[in-house]
Design a protein around this ligand. Structure first.
Ligand code: SF4
Length: 391
């Protein structure tokens, strides 16, 4: 496995981005930040969903002037997103935002960027330097002909160097493209050349379905290359939807696990138990659990034992019985009608052991009793697919 690239920590409000800190999840509001009635409900929903940094677009002086009031009501750090009108960065800094984001490529001459850097330095405010395919500086575009990963990195390093000349190093870098291949390569190259932390994202990923897949492909590849210190999944529509997707990408890549992972076999003609209600039941019961735990549910004895054995807790069902595994060892064999109770007991015991050894913060298991389900109907402990093909 590729180790995580070493980066320096950059303080953003009460968080630090980079270093050994977790990869923080962030998103953006879609409202006028000076309209607190419209913005605060969105901020609160984002915070409740687990968003750890919130960015807001700042389009004019009026919006910039409202940032202080907004920040005072927020629990998480506030980032001001400035494009084109570079002077708004001064207003945002004055309002006490926790970070500013600018794309030097779209604010014009270098001197304007340097002015912003001076202001950020004087006020101790960190800055994200964004290098986007849409705002790549002209000289780089002319050199490479189109936005290449090498061009992205060259541009980012040049801006970093300009900051360095002014003695400013509170920098986080993003290298965003809507082309997954370009973005992945750009972040990978940047990770090799710099120890500044990165904000990772795939721009304009799209509607929630395709956008989640594109984000998983792109952000997952960047994370697996050892790069990325804060993540934003860009999906069209309500930004709250982005948060669970971001956490799931972090979980799937093993970079940051903040909730249980339930691994279920895809099912096939050999299935001997009703998989979907079992998975739903376990998801419901473990809602709110923050401890990393991997639970595998396999529907037959063909692949079941091998795969169940690889998880923290595993269940392989079929032929009227079920085997429960813990860390690869068989801990119980039960009748099929007892398997849900047995696997829940094992999960409970595992979580308690993890909590007592200081791993994670375990919320109590949701008290959904056996025999009660949601949606399609009752989950019964004796789930047997009677018409299943026998292996
Ligand atoms: S574990 Fe068994 S039921 Fe599930 S997909 Fe594999 S072979 Fe099919």
């Amino acid at each position: 496995m590729t180790p995580r690239h070493k980066t320096r920590p950059i303080k953003v409000g009460q968080l630090a981005v980079g270093g050994d800190n977790p990869v923080w999840v962030q998103s953006m509001t879609t409202t006028d930040p000076s309209d607190l009635e419209a913005t605060m409900p969105q901020v609160q929903r984002l915070e409740e969903a687990g968003c750890e940094l919130i960015r807001t677009s700042v389009l004019n002086e009026k919006q910039a002037a409202g940032l202080g009031k907004l920040k005072a009501l927020m629990k998480v750090p506030l980032i001001a997103d400035i494009h084109f009108n570079w002077r708004l960065a001064f207003d945002a800094i004055e309002q006490g935002v926790d970070k500013i984001r600018i794309n030097p490529g779209n604010i014009g001459k270098d001197e304007k960027f340097l002015e912003v850097v001076r202001a950020a330095k004087a006020n101790g405010v960190p800055m994200r330097i964004g290098v986007n395919s849409g705002s790549l500086e002209k000289r780089v575009l002319e050199k490479y002909g189109y936005p290449t990963p090498e061009g992205f990195v060259e541009s980012a390093l040049r801006y970093i160097d300009m900051c360095d000349q002014l003695g400013y190093d509170q920098i986080i870098v993003s290298l965003k493209s809507s082309d997954v291949r370009v973005a992945v390569e750009a972040y990978r190259l940047f990770g090799e050349k710099s120890d500044f932390p990165t904000h990772i994202g795939i721009t304009e990923a799209g509607d929630p379905r395709y956008g989640s897949i594109k984000s998983a492909a792109g952000l997952g590849s960047i994370l697996l290359a050892g790069v990325g210190n804060t993540i934003r999944v860009s999906l069209t529509g309500d930004p709250v939807v982005e948060i669970p997707v971001a956490f799931d990408i972090l979980k799937a890549t093993g970079v940051r696990i903040t909730s249980p992972e339930i691994v279920a076999c895809p099912t096939c003609g050999r299935i001997q138990i009703e998989m979907e209600p079992i998975v739903k039941y376990l998801e419901e019961r473990m809602k709110g659990v923050k401890t990393p735990i991997r639970v595998s549910i396999l529907g037959c004895v063909v692949n079941g034992p091998g795969e169940a054995a690889e998880s923290d807790i595993g269940l392989a069902g079929g032929n009227g019985q079920a085997v429960i595994y813990r860390k690869g060892k068989i801990v119980r064999r039960v009748r099929q009608e007892e398997m849900l109770g047995a696997v829940m007991a094992e999960i409970e015991s595992y979580l308690a052991d993890q909590e007592s050894s200081g791993v994670g913060a375990t919320a109590p298991l949701h008290p959904l009793p056996l025999g009660e389900g949601r949606g399609e109907g009752v989950i019964s402990p004796g789930i047997t697919k009677s018409d299943a093909a026998r292996p």
